[in-house]
Design a protein around this ligand. Structure first.
Ligand SMILES: O=P(O)(O)OC[C@H]1O[C@](O)(CO)[C@@H](O)[C@@H]1O
Length: 325
């Protein structure tokens, strides 16, 4: 999908006449919000003047920052396209004068009614990850930065996008055996702590709330690798399971520090290492932004294996879509 053309047309048709694009708001719920974390991390890392805010849709509607207005781009993602909080957020953004870009997998989504530009994205195992929402939202934000203040790593980012699907396909094959072993080993556990850092912290959150809590009804909590030593490490023992997603790039030392401690004082430790899975071939200037794209696909193997051993299908819900809330 041509994210460069989308951003360029929004700049020409809207932002140029109001003094330029100043803020990006990334708004969604649950798994779709998780898909926005790498883009928010990217803009916060690389931008000098373009500000990025990531918010759950209902909070965006009830407590939007004052800056939301005509110089704002609000990106709203909803896989099903009809999540009431996300539809309300897109409508609210438009009412405040913001430009909206929406992403959905549903061509009949209510969300599209409140969109200046909609991306209907591909989904499923046969789709390329660069056409899935996490990479698309990252790409929209890279374009927003490149086309406003410029981004030195732009060519490297495009090179990364050209390589990431191949890296992920190999990594998925690489973890087949170990994800099956993980599922056998941990099938009877009821609580997991998920650790990561940098652009991937959002995926630690996502794996905890979506893959384990929502899809497996298991207790789980995400932890930032940098925070592990500031409280959470006190529960480290031989009984507690930890899943550590180790990044390639600037925040790797934070993950390595956790790995070393867990190896010494823990016992049930599953390490998923982007370096070992081949991500290190990407340009150093942008490699860190691709960690969560890799982890999303690789961790799907882990959750599928767990679902199969536990005989708890990933689609089973007791409240979502079943009762009023
Ligand atoms: O992306 P959508 O369709 O708006 O769905 C949001 C919902 O989907 C999930 O991300 C996954 O089922 C939930 O966490 C959330 O309620």
């Amino acid at each position: 999908m041509n994210t460069a053309a989308i951003i360029s047309s929004l700049i020409n048709q809207h932002f140029r006449s109001v003094g330029g694009l100043r803020q990006v708001f990334l708004v969604a719920c649950g798994g779709s919000l998780v898909d926005m974390y790498p883009a928010n991390y990217f803009l916060n890392s690389e931008s000098a003047t373009l500000h990025s805010y990531m918010m759950t849709a209902n909070e965006f509607v009830h407590a939007a920052p004052k800056t939301l207005g005509s110089q704002s781009l609000t990106i709203v993602c909803s896989h099903g396209g009809n999540t009431p909080e996300s539809v309300a957020a897109a409508e609210f953004a438009k009412r405040r004068g913001s430009v909206t870009v929406t992403l959905t997998h549903n061509e009949n989504a209510q969300l599209i009614a409140f969109s200046d530009s909609n991306l209907l994205y591909a989904w499923g195992d046969d789709s390329q990850v660069i056409n899935n929402p996490m990479a698309l939202i990252l790409s929209l934000c890279v374009e927003a930065l490149q086309q406003t203040e410029g981004f030195d790593g732009y060519a490297d980012f495009l090179a990364g996008m050209a390589q990431i699907d191949g890296i992920i396909a190999r990594a998925r094959r690489q973890v087949q055996g170990r994800s099956a072993a993980f599922a056998e080993k941990y099938a009877r556990e009821s609580l997991f702590y998920i650790l990561s850092s940098g652009a991937s912290y959002g995926h630690a959150y996502g794996f905890a709330i979506c893959s384990l809590m929502e899809m497996q009804w298991l207790n789980a909590a995400p932890l930032h690798s940098g925070e592990y030593f500031h409280g959470p490490f006190e529960v480290t023992d031989s009984n507690t399971p930890w899943i550590l997603m180790m990044n390639e790039g600037r925040t790797r030392p934070l993950d390595e520090r956790v790995r070393d401690f867990l190896r010494q004082y823990g016992d049930k430790v599953e390490i998923v290492d982007a370096r070992e899975l081949g991500l290190g071939v990407l340009p150093p200037s942008v490699v860190e932004y691709f960690n969560p794209v890799l982890f999303y696909s690789v961790m799907c193997e882990y959750r599928s294996a767990l679902a199969s051993v536990r005989q708890h299908p990933l689609e089973t819900r007791r409240y979502m879509g079943q009762v009023a809330y």
